[in-house]
Design a protein around this ligand. Structure first.
Ligand code: UDP
Length: 410
């Protein structure tokens, strides 16, 4: 790149958070791989955790000297309607997998392949939308399928179909060992991470927080209970409202449900509209593409909820924990690995349990402070972007010339 008034973020920025030794180790590992050309492929630049991860990850890899690109497949609404059904079925729902749906899915991916022109040393394909790309390239390098969803109980029909594409890859990355599938491709497990310097996560002054909340007319006269999530049924927004209504019998508080709609998620708008019908003076339902508002709400909240019913890994959980805010998370998927119940947050299995924990945290700010401090430390140790970068460097450095993935530790 030529000279610019802007500067790429650098791994050195993380030194005060993760230590000089970690930074040096990453620089050293990156240097050894600096002749590689890597590409990530997914289906949206905006909305949802994958885009939130790829955005800083790809930039930081470039600042480490590894040429890393990011491509996005295009599709008509019918394509994304099918891939959203697949997403839901991967998380356990039924699907009517007709020949017509398969044809649209495969045809749109084929058209994307035709205009993609890949000539990279490592190709990393994210989630089911672009998965069949592998069928259309002469493979000159390792291809990795990185699946972010909660694969603890995928619909068998759908998995049977998708596995035929997955088998073409050289490695699969999942967020957790319990998502492992019965396939011949080597599987590795890497949990996502957050960028502490992004608009969503950077430090904010009290005045900056207040300014954002005022801008969206969010009252701060009572404690805030917040859930930030794509409008998606797996995030259980109606369960959040029910839990809040139960809690309100015992405490005063305002609930804010902030969401957005990803460009590859056609169900969001309908869910948003169904929630708006539940709005009332103390229940605010907001749809706003405003990362600074996410940041302000996670900081101002007395309690953050992430009452998901399935969650591959909840970035929003880690984001709130980083801000020292106690999180009540659904006892599912990745959240179980992010929150240690009663140590750095709470895990809940029902609306009633969520309500009890809301009441407890609002009545007992000291408990919230203690859990929040432990939460921030958990994130510093395990969930910052540097850990993800290092695991990714280790993985791409582990391919042998035959594209075989060396065993971990060998
Ligand atoms: N997010 C946002 N605005 C919203 C809702 C979500 O910026 O209104 C961001 C959120 O901060 C997080 C990501 O979108 O970084 C959601 O990732 P997560 O892993 O929690 O869930 P996913 O949407 O991938 O299922």
């Amino acid at each position: 790149m030529g000279p610019s008034e802007f500067q790429l973020p650098s791994v050195e920025q993380f030194e005060s958070l993760v230590g000089a030794e970690t930074v040096d180790r990453i620089l050293h590992k990156a240097e050894r791989l600096s002749d590689l050309h890597v590409v990530h492929i997914n289906s949206t630049f905006y909305g949802g955790g994958v885009a939130e991860i790829l955005s800083p990850l790809t930039v930081l890899m470039n600042s480490l000297g590894i040429r890393t690109g990011w491509r996005i497949i295009q599709g008509r609404p019918d394509f994304f309607s099918i891939t959203k059904k697949m997403h839901n079925a991967l998380q356990g729902e039924e699907i009517n997998l007709s020949e017509q749906k398969k044809r649209i899915y495969e045809e749109v991916v084929f058209e994307n392949a035709a205009r993609m022109h890949l000539d990279h040393d490592i190709v990393i394909v994210h989630d089911p939308q672009p998965l069949p790309l592998i069928r259309h390239f002469r493979k000159n390098s390792p291809w990795i399928w990185r699946c972010h969803v909660d694969l603890s109980r995928p619909n068998p029909d759908l998995w049977g179909y998708l596995a035929s594409f997955v088998e073409g890859y050289d490695a699969v990355i999942l967020s957790l060992p319990e998502y492992a599938q019965n396939i011949s491709v080597p599987q590795r497990f890497i949990m996502p991470a957050i960028n502490p310097f992004s608009t969503t996560n950077k430090e904010l002054s009290k005045a900056e927080i207040q300014d954002r909340l005022d801008h969206h007319d969010i009252p701060t006269d009572q404690p805030l209970v917040v859930q930030v999530s794509r409008f998606d049924k797996w995030k259980d927004p109606h369960g959040v409202i029910d839990a809040f209504r139960l809690a309100r019998r015992e405490i005063d508080a305002t609930l804010v449900l902030l969401g957005n709609v990803a460009t590859d998620d056609p169900e969001g708008q309908q869910i948003f509209e169904s929630l708006c019908a539940c709005g009332e003076e103390r229940i605010r339902i907001l749809s706003a593409p405003d990362s600074a508002l996410v940041n302000a709400l996670q900081r101002q909240a007395t309690v953050v909820l992430q009452k998901s019913l399935r969650e591959g890994f909840g970035l929003t959980v880690t984001e709130a924990m980083w801000k020292g805010t106690p999180v009540i998370g659904g006892n599912v998927g990745g959240i179980r690995h992010q929150i240690a119940d009663g140590v750095n947050g709470f895990l809940v299995d029902s609306v009633e349990q969520a309500a009890e924990r809301i009441v407890q945290l609002i009545k007992n700010p000291e408990l919230g402070g203690k859990l929040g401090r432990a939460a921030r430390e958990t994130v510093r140790e395990r969930f910052l972007l540097t850990r993800l970068i290092e695991e990714q460097l280790d993985l791409i450095g582990a391919f042998e010339p035959s594209f075989r993935l060396a065993d971990p530790g060998s």
